[in-house]
Each structure stands twice: as structure tokens, then as C-alpha cells.
Design a protein around this ligand. Structure first.
Ligand code: CA
Length: 180
């Protein structure tokens, strides 16, 4: 019987000459615990996107000319957080949308990630940008079409909005809530 079994094993070895290497069992060290992924608020995600977009054209489709692409640029950045957000090319439309969209909250605080919109009026040019800290604002640069920090102080923004020496400028800041 044993002879038959040996023969059978030998036959199998011939038929299936697979070499089985002896593998020593090496105990694996347990994987180190990774710190939990930080859960960013929408506003923090938005800031991250804005920082990543600095120095680039964040409205690459150029629905309107880069010279007037501020609202288009901000819309594109918002759309990366909220994919259903429309691409708006007018500061008035953007301002209205942000005021009505429940995902945004009007605030008078200045702070990182707040969207500042000075809507166009019959007498003033509009502009929109994002606070990168309490004072500096990044927005579309009309000359290069790139998203850059072009205001280091908020008062310069206000001055610029009034620089047409016409009646009013209005600033509305909308911020994203912590959760969608
Ligand atoms: Ca553009």
C-alpha cells in the first residue's frame, strides 16, 4: 500500500513538476496606526482649492474674457466643492446666487475662505474674490487671467471699488457652512 502511495506521489511530481519553495513564516509587524484623516469643513476644502489654484487660470473654459473673468473664476472654484453650482459670469448673479443658496451664509466677518462679492452696479465695476486671511484677497487678475493674491489689504479692495468715483460699492461675504 505504501509503495503504491509513493508511486502515486512520484507520478504526481512528474506530471506536475511545480517547485514549491520552502517559505519560512515571517511574522509581520502590525501596521502602524495612521492618524485619522482630518475632516475638512467645506470652507477649509475651499481654501485648499483656492491655494492650489493660485497662479493658474481657474476659469480655463473662458466663457468670458479673462479680463472680466472674476465671477467665472470664483464659480469654478465653488463648483469643485458643490458640483451643481452654476458657472456664473456676472458678479450680480454670483451675489444673488450666494445670497439664496442655503449652503452659504452671509457674514460680515472677514476670514480665510470667505467669498467677497462687490456686485456690479450701474455705476461701479463689480469684482469678487476670496479672503486668504483676514485681510488679503485672491481674485482673478484681469491682465493675466490668473487667480492671484492681488489685494494685501481689504481697504485697497474697498478703495478700488470706489475708484470709479461713482456712488456705491457693496460687499457681501458669503461663507460655506461646516457641513454640506
Ligand atoms: Ca479664464
Amino acid at each position: 500500500m505504501k509503495k503504491l502511495l509513493n508511486l502515486w506521489v512520484k507520478l504526481l511530481t512528474i506530471l506536475f513538476p511545480k517547485k514549491i519553495e520552502k517559505v519560512d513564516y515571517v511574522p509581520l509587524d502590525p501596521l502602524p496606526e495612521l492618524p485619522p484623516e482630518p475632516r475638512l469643513t467645506n470652507e477649509e476644502k475651499f481654501v485648499k482649492l483656492c491655494i492650489e489654484g493660485l497662479g493658474t487660470d481657474v476659469s480655463p473654459d473662458d466663457i468670458v474674457k479673462d479680463e472680466v473673468g472674476c465671477a467665472e473664476s470664483i464659480s469654478n472654484l465653488i463648483k469643485k466643492i458643490f458640483p451643481d453650482f452654476p458657472i456664473l459670469v456676472s458678479t450680480r448673479d454670483l451675489h444673488n446666487r450666494l445670497s439664496l443658496d442655503s449652503r452659504f451664509q452671509a457674514t460680515l466677518d472677514r476670514g480665510k475662505g470667505r467669498i467677497v462679492v462687490s456686485p456690479r452696479t450701474t455705476n461701479t465695476f463689480g469684482h469678487t474674490g476670496v479672503f486668504m486671511d483676514d485681510d488679503s484677497i485672491a481674485s482673478n487678475d484681469s491682465n493675466s487671467g490668473k487667480f492671484v493674491i492681488n489685494y494685501l489689504e481689504y481697504r485697497d479692495w474697498e478703495t478700488d471699488r470706489k475708484s470709479t468715483r461713482l456712488n456705491s460699492s457693496h460687499s457681501a461675504k458669503s461663507r460655506m457652512p461646516s457641513s454640506a
